[in-house]
Design a protein around this ligand. Structure first.
Ligand SMILES: *Cc1c(COP(=O)(O)O)cnc(C)c1O
Length: 477
């Protein structure tokens, strides 16, 4: 399988190249050159596979020659063995025709573990084959940082530095990053906002000598490997509910559009998905787009569902590319116009084909709290704020006698205990395996909101010999 850029100006790459590069050189996102479509009989044949085998089988066509199916199966087995539910991504029925799929049984209690746990293994494998090392740098407002750290900890060929805005993540989120006792993990608490952290990461990537000296890379959600790793749970849910012999719909609490894009990809691969409902908080640009073709960015407002506090959903570019019939020039033009003016004039035909499948739904904080309470009162299910928006979106879209709809539960309620307690009076507790979290010692370094200072810190971290007897870092150590 080869990958092309949505902006058409980068040379095609294979899966390994896309994994390590993340973003294409022309600023676009990588997309598979073609979609591996399965017949109904081929889908049916996957029905009885345990999750890790299903994941390997579904992902393998995207990986092509980079890994054998056998190797990928091994990596998937290892990636998902630490999940605390035997089904890995269990389905729970809430009502007639309404289900939730819990994607939070991984080490950091959010759906990002499903992609990042596998990515950690994929990185290690590809780096070992190429005899290379990388430094991963990222900014986080909470969930991504901890999931990336968990996935990369103690890996000999990876060093990972995560910037978080000091005092602006939840305590659980911070502790999930700062209590990891691994020499290849570096937490930096920035005296600034999440946007400052993100700008700083962009600054680090823009510095060519820094990028080269540290073999800098990213694991943010524009990495195609993350999208590929999110397709299998849609397949698992659809097969369990009767696909390919019955249509299924999904409702997805959405921020960067990565999770719902994976559902779209599953449909592109031939799974009968009838509807995709996008849940948003007050940062509702996607809902406005779908309702009235109004793709206009406003300032980001904080909400009870911080992982969806996003105005510009980076993965939307991938859908746009497809809606425009894979016209890379038109995609690049619209993205540039959006960046310049904050408004994207999507052609009516492309908008109409988006609305044939997608539907938007937004809830403000009061609506989110009310949804958490109502869902708990009527079904007994305790949902985190992101999940509650997904369930509410599914309820709105559910039609009598239509396809069953599955709402994606993207975080464990104990990750957002204050919001859940305020809405229901119940304080969700952390799973026992995380009980140590609130007392374990924390390790992080404070830094001013200053690019040069952070660069110096990360350079020193990368040079530090982590006492691996078999150190692949060569002269850098
Ligand atoms: C990241 C995240 C989301 C948003 O997912 P996208 O792929 O960015 O759309 C939703 N809920 C939770 C809990 C998250 O961590």
């Amino acid at each position: 399988m080869r990958y092309i850029s949505t902006r058409g100006q980068s040379a095609p790459r294979d899966f390994g190249g896309v994994l390590l590069a993340g973003l294409a050189e022309d600023g676009g996102l990588f997309m598979p050159e073609s979609w591996p479509v399965r017949s109904a009989a081929e889908w049916r044949a996957l029905r009885d596979l345990p999750y890790a085998d299903l994941a390997a089988t579904v992902i393998h066509p995207f990986v092509g020659d980079t890994l054998s199916l056998e190797t990928l199966r091994n990596l998937c087995a290892r990636a998902y063995q630490g999940f605390d539910h035997p089904a890995r991504v269990p389905l729970t029925q809430l009502d007639h025709g309404l289900w939730v799929q819990e994607l939070f049984h991984g080490p950091t209690l959010a759906f990002k573990d499903l992609a990042l746990q596998l990515l950690g293994h994929l990185f290690e494998h590809v780096l070992t084959e190429r005899d290379e090392t990388v430094t991963i740098v990222g900014a986080t407002s909470g969930d991504t940082g901890s999931a990336a750290i968990e996935a990369c900890r103690d890996r000999a060929r990876i060093k990972i530095a995560i910037l978080h805005p000091e005092g602006r993540t939840s305590e659980v989120q911070r502790r999930q990053m700062t209590t990891i006792p691994a020499a290849n993990v570096f937490n930096i608490a920035i005296d600034g906002t999440f946007d400052d952290c993100q700008d700083m990461v962009k600054g680090l990537f823009a510095d060519v000598s820094f990028r080269k000296d540290t073999q800098l890379t990213a694991v943010n959600s524009i990495n195609w490997a993350r999208i590929a790793a999110q397709i299998p749970y849609y397949v698992a849910a659809a097969l369990a509910l009767g696909a390919p012999d019955r249509e299924v719909a999904f409702a997805v609490p959405t921020g960067n559009f990565g999770n719902v894009l994976a559902a779209w990809a599953a449909r592109r691969m031939g799974l009968p998905i009838s509807r995709l409902v996008i849940g948003s908080n007050r940062n509702d640009i996607l809902t406005r787009f779908l309702a009235a073709n109004d793709m206009t960015a406003r300032g980001v407002e904080p909400s009870l569902s911080p992982s969806m506090d996003i105005q510009v959903s980076s993965n939307f570019e991938r859908l746009l590319f497809e809606l425009l019939g894979r016209d890379a020039g038109a995609t690049a033009g619209l993205m540039q116009e959006f960046r310049r003016t904050g408004h994207m004039p999507v052609p009516d035909a492309a908008w109409a084909s988006a609305t044939a499948l997608f539907q938007g739904f937004a809830l403000d904080d009061a609506g989110t709290a009310a949804a958490i309470r109502r869902i708990h009162d009527t079904t007994g299910y305790l949902a985190d704020p992101h999940t509650a928006i997904g369930i509410a979106a599914a309820e709105v879209a559910r039609l009598p006698r239509a396809a069953p709809i599955v709402a994606m539960a993207t975080a464990h309620p104990a990750k957002f205990p204050d919001a859940v307690e305020k809405a229901t009076g119940i304080r969700p507790s952390l799973p026992p395996r995380l009980a140590h979290l609130m007392t374990a010692p924390e390790r992080f370094t404070r830094a001013p909101n200053d690019l040069a200072a952070v660069e110096t810190l990360i350079r020193a971290f990368v040079k530090r010999n982590d006492a691996q007897s078999n150190n692949p870092w060569g002269t850098a150590a």
